[in-house]
Design a protein around this ligand. Structure first.
Ligand code: GLN
Length: 447
């Protein structure tokens, strides 16, 4: 009840949670207590967690930050939720606010209103997992789930002084996680430390026959290497991440972190990701294309919102979608439908897919001379509420350092690396495929 009480007191101001159900939470807590008493507890049994409202949880309202799902109660558990509740005995505190359908970098596109950054309530927490980040930063929850399609775990973690991990694509099941851009979406943990993230990932990860892109791999203990010394570690510094585009104060904090890594025995080597300047344009073709297709299921027929007054079926579709989706979602659907349409497909969508391949190849080449790649997570610290919401391109540029990782399917982490102007700065670590344990080790030794 410690966290539930804090949520009751502080959430009206922070707006990190959209749904809290005290009764359900207390019931789960009682079940966890029974499990502990019976001696069958796991390492996370009874640990409270906040769930991003993109994960379906049976009997819980699951909104994805949208009016179109504002009254949708999920009939089943996402695999991630099932693993946490049933296998691990974790206790969900509620569902956290997010950008509508995870589209955004500031949590301002949510139907349920913006989330405030606990470090400065006039500023954004980042997005789209902004509610999860703010919940942890305001100590309304010790840990949370997030999803990362183009930085949505790492950027809010950076802006709220947290540690967050986006796993290799395919490591965490997407079953029951409402789809935004299916080839990029990946769920992952957010917490106060790399150690917390490792324990959470142990619970979240694993092959799932219900997700066709889930990867069948032997189970791993992601915490196994946490304490390994860093002597001999080769850190790659992409020259494209250290040029212009990043705030000087953010860069200074990143440089301090690099110096600390050298003290810890790591060496640094310059690497190059020559196509990284193309990642934002390629992403903002591919992600909307997939979104326009995924979001066609919200038609007012099977579930969710339906416009109250309409003529024929077409009119019902149009009114439902016009009223149910917010501006940013509509913008993405229009971009997506356009780049996929006959006559434009080759020029935009296929071209973006080619760039995606080049970006992935850049990483493969870079990892020939280093073990992890390091850089900033976000080019700025938390910006003011409203500062970028009128200018989509400015908003999209918040993602310059995070998006390439999703296009390549690689694992990436954000972790705190000091402050600039009183606001948290997040370091980013990028690993080779399936190198989560190493990333967590590199983060943990620094922490
Ligand atoms: N800002 C990006 C977007 O709006 C990232 C979103 C995400 O990772 N879910 O698409």
């Amino acid at each position: 009840t410690l966290f539930l009480d804090r949520i009751e007191r502080l959430n009206p101001e922070i707006n990190a949670f959209v749904t809290v159900d005290r009764e359900k939470t207390l019931k789960m807590a009682a079940a966890a207590d029974a499990r502990i008493a019976a001696g069958s507890a796991g390492p996370l049994t009874g640990i409270p967690i906040a769930q991003k409202d993109i994960f379906c949880a049976e009997g819980w309202r699951t909104t994805c930050g949208s009016k179109i799902l504002a009254n949708f109660v999920a009939p089943y558990d996402a695999t991630v939720i099932e693993k946490m509740h049933r296998d691990a005995g974790m206790v969900s505190l509620g569902k956290t606010n997010m950008d509508e359908f995870a589209m955004g970098s500031s949590n301002e596109t949510s139907f349920f209103g913006p989330v405030k950054n606990p470090w400065d309530r006039a500023r954004v927490p980042g997005g789209s997992s902004g509610g999860s980040a703010a919940a942890i930063a305001a100590r309304l929850a010790p840990a949370a789930t997030g999803t990362d399609t183009g930085g949505s775990i790492r950027q809010p973690a950076a802006l709220c002084n947290l540690t967050g991990l986006k796993p290799t694509y395919g490591v965490v099941s997407r079953y029951g996680m409402i789809a935004y851009a299916s080839s990029l979406d990946q769920g992952g943990p957010m917490g106060a430390s790399a150690e917390d993230c490792a324990l959470l990932l142990n619970t979240m990860a694993g092959f799932d026959p219900r997700d066709s892109t889930s990867l069948e791999r032997p189970a791993e203990d992601y915490a196994r290497d946490l304490d390994k010394p860093l002597a001999g570690l080769r850190i790659g510094l992409p020259k494209e991440f250290f040029g212009e585009g990043c705030d000087a104060a953010v860069m200074a904090a990143v440089q301090d972190a690099i110096a600390e890594y050298r003290r810890l025995g790591a060496s640094t080597v310059e690497v190059s990701l020559p196509n990284s300047h193309l990642s934002v344009p390629a992403y903002y073709v591919i992600a909307p294309a997939e979104a326009s297709s995924n979001l066609s299921r919200f038609d007012g027929v099977r579930y969710g919102y339906r416009a109250p007054d309409y003529g024929n079926l077409d009119d019902m579709y149009m009114k439902t979608r016009a009223q149910g989706f917010g501006d940013e979602v509509k913008r993405r659907i229009m971009i997506g439908a356009y780049v996929l349409s006959h006559g434009y497909y080759d020029a935009y969508y296929l071209q973006a897919q080619r760039i995606r391949r080049l970006i992935a190849n850049d990483f493969v080449a870079a990892f020939e001379s280093c073990d992890v790649i390091l850089g900033p997570t976000s080019p700025t610290t938390a910006f003011k509420l409203g500062e970028k919401s009128a200018d989509p391109v400015q908003m999209y540029l918040s993602d310059i350092y995070t998006i390439a990782v999703n296009l390549a399917g690689l694992p990436g982490m954000a972790l705190p690396c000091g402050f600039a102007g009183g606001l948290p700065v997040g370091l980013q670590l990028i690993g080779n495929y399936f190198d989560e344990a190493r990333l967590l080790n590199v983060a943990h030794r620094y922490q």
